[in-house]
Design a protein around this ligand. Structure first.
Ligand code: BGP
Length: 479
C-alpha cells in the first residue's frame, strides 16, 4: 500500500514566459515579462516601456521551448511524468489582448504541445494567466486596474476552452493570484504599471489600486469558472496561491495576533474569496483601516459567489517568521521575505528551507477548505556546476525534494486529499524574480547562461534519475 493514490499526478511545472522564448514569432505580441531585463540576486531587473537595443531580455529566447518542446516533453515522459503544468502565453493568442479573432498560429502551437503530451499520456495542467498580461493592455488600461480587462480575459478563456476541450481538463485561472496582496505586487500579477519604467520590484505602491485590480481578477476568475462549469462539466477548475507559511517568532500574544493577521491577508484572503465565494470579514476590516475603497459594480459579489473553484493549488518554497520586534534580522523570499527563523537554513537566494512547513501548510489548507489540493510549485533554486566527469551531481536538490515529499506523505497520512505534485522548473528556465538562468531548479540542465550565450542543449542531472525512481515507485522509493 503506497501512501499516495494510484493516479497521483507526478510531474513538473513551467510558465510560458520563462521557457518558450520565440517572443515575437508567429504573430506573438509583447507581454509584460518581455519588457523585463535580466538581473541577479544583487542587481534588480528593470522594466522598460520599449525594448532597448543591446539590452538583454531573458524571455526573448529563454530556453526556446517553442522549438524544443518535443525533445523536452520526451524527457519528461522518460522521467515518467503523468502531469505537466504549463501556461499559455496570452499574447500568442491575442497579441494585444483586444483583437477580434485569435491568432491561429499561436493556437496551433499549443495544439502541438498538448498532442505531444497526450502521446505520452501526460495530463496537461494549464495556467491560463501566469504573469503574462499583454503589454498593450498595460499601456492602454493600466493592466487589471481597469475592469475592461475582465472582458479581454473572458474572451481569451472562451477561445481556449473551445479549442482545447478535448485536450485539456485541468485549468488554473491565475498564477499566484495573491501576489497582488503584497506591497510591490503590482508588476507580475495585476500589472498596474502604465507608463512605468524602472526597477523591479517597484518601490512605489498604491494599495487601493492593487486591491481594485485584484478584485477584477476575482470577478474574471469566477466568471470563467462558472462558464466552464456550465459548458464544460468535464473540466476541473483550480486557483493558485503563492503560499508563504509564517510562524510567530515568539509565543508573545502580540506576535501571535500579528502572525494571524499576516496569514489572513497574505495567504488566506484570495483562497477564501475563490473557494468560499465571498470577501472575508478580516479583509473588510483591513480595507477600512487602510482607507481602501474597492469600487465594485452591482453583480460582482454575486459572480464571485457562483464561480468557486473545484480544487486548490499552491506554490510552496519556504517559510518565514513574523514578529512585533522591528530589530530582528530579515530573510529573502518568494515575492516576500520575513523575519529570519533561527532553526532554518536558507538557499543561496535567501529562501529559508522548511520541509515540515509543507506538512503544516497542507494540513492548514485542507482543514479550512476540504477540497482536493495540489502542490504545483516547489523546488530549490541553486547554482549547478559540472563535475570533472562533465555531469551535474545535484545531491542538494535531491535532498530538498526528498524532504518535501516525505512531508507530503505525512500530510496525506494526516488525511489531506492531495492530487499531485509538480515541482517548479522541471527543466532549467529563467527565474521570475531575478531573470537569471544561474538560479536553476531543473531535473534537466539547459546550456544557457546569463549573458544570453549557450547552445541550448539539454542534459539529465542526477536528480532526473532520482525523480524517475520516485515516480516509478509512486513515492515509495525516495533513496
Ligand atoms: C513563483 C512563480 C514562478 C517561479 C517561482 C520561482 O513565484 O510562480 O513563476 O519563477 O516562483 O521563483 P524564481 O524564479 O524567482 O526563483
Amino acid at each position: 500500500m503506497t501512501v499516495f493514490r494510484k493516479e497521483f499526478l507526478w510531474g513538473g511545472a513551467t510558465a510560458a514566459n520563462q521557457c518558450e522564448g520565440a517572443w515575437d514569432v508567429d504573430g506573438k505580441g509583447p507581454s509584460v515579462p518581455d519588457m523585463m531585463t535580466g538581473g541577479s540576486y544583487t542587481t534588480p531587473r528593470r522594466i522598460t516601456r520599449q525594448t532597448e537595443e543591446g539590452t538583454y531580455y531573458p524571455s526573448h529566447e529563454a530556453i526556446d521551448f517553442y522549438h524544443h518542446y518535443e525533445e523536452d516533453i520526451a524527457l519528461f515522459a522518460e522521467m515518467g511524468f503523468r502531469c505537466f503544468r504549463l501556461s499559455i502565453n496570452w499574447t500568442r493568442i491575442f497579441p494585444t489582448g483586444e483583437e477580434e479573432e485569435p491568432n491561429e498560429a499561436g493556437l496551433a502551437f499549443y495544439d502541438r504541445v498538448f498532442d505531444c503530451c497526450r502521446k505520452y499520456d501526460i495530463e496537461p495542467l494549464v495556467t491560463i494567466s501566469h504573469y503574462e498580461l499583454p503589454y498593450a493592455l498595460v499601456e492602454k488600461y493600466n493592466g487589471w486596474a481597469d475592469r475592461r480587462v475582465i472582458d479581454c480575459y473572458e474572451k481569451y478563456c472562451k477561445v481556449l476552452f473551445r479549442r482545447y476541450r478535448d485536450k485539456v481538463k485541468l485549468w488554473l485561472t491565475f498564477n499566484e493570484i495573491n501576489c497582488a496582496a503584497f506591497p510591490g505586487g503590482a508588476v507580475l500579477g495585476v500589472s498596474t504599471i502604465r507608463g512605468y519604467s524602472g526597477s523591479f520590484p517597484m518601490d512605489d505602491d498604491d494599495p487601493a489600486e492593487r486591491f481594485l485590480a485584484l478584485h477584477h481578477q476575482f470577478v474574471a476568475s469566477a466568471r470563467v469558472v462558472r462558464y466552464a462549469h456550465e459548458h464544460y462539466p468535464e473540466f476541473k477548475m483550480g486557483n493558485m496561491i503563492c503560499f508563504l507559511a509564517a510562524y510567530p517568532y515568539s509565543c508573545h500574544p502580540d506576535d501571535m495576533i500579528k502572525t494571524q493577521k499576516h496569514m489572513q491577508m497574505m495567504n488566506w484572503f484570495c483562497g477564501d474569496v475563490q473557494v468560499r465565494g465571498e470577501y472575508p470579514g478580516y479583509a473588510k476590516r483591513y480595507f477600512e483601516e487602510h482607507g481602501i475603497r474597492i469600487r465594485m459594480e452591482e453583480g460582482d459579489l454575486e459572480e464571485i459567489k457562483h464561480g468557486t473553484v473545484d480544487f486548490y493549488t499552491f506554490s510552496y518554497y519556504m517559510s518565514s517568521c513574523v514578529s512585533t520586534d522591528p530589530s530582528l534580522e530579515h530573510t529573502g523570499g518568494n515575492l516576500m521575505g520575513g523575519v529570519k527563523n533561527p532553526w532554518l537554513k536558507a538557499s543561496d537566494w535567501g529562501w529559508q528551507i522548511d520541509p515540515k512547513g509543507l506538512r503544516w501548510t497542507l494540513n492548514e489548507i485542507y482543514d479550512r477548505y476540504r477540497i482536493p489540493l495540489m502542490v504545483v510549485e516547489n523546488g530549490l533554486g541553486a547554482y549547478d556546476e559540472k563535475d570533472a566527469d562533465g555531469k551535474i551531481h545535484d545531491s542538494y536538490r535531491i535532498d530538498y525534494l526528498r524532504q518535501h515529499i516525505e512531508q507530503m506523505k505525512e500530510a496525506v497520512s494526516d488525511g489531506v486529499d492531495l492530487m499531485g505534485y509538480t515541482p517548479w522548473g522541471c527543466i532549467d528556465l529563467v527565474s521570475a524574480s531575478t531573470g537569471e538562468m544561474a538560479k536553476r531548479y531543473g531535473f534537466i540542465y539547459v546550456n544557457k547562461f546569463d549573458d544570453g550565450t549557450g547552445d541550448l542543449s539539454r542534459e539529465r542531472k542526477d536528480s532526473f534519475y532520482w525523480y524517475q525512481k520516485v515516480i516509478e515507485s509512486n513515492g515509495e522509493d525516495l533513496s
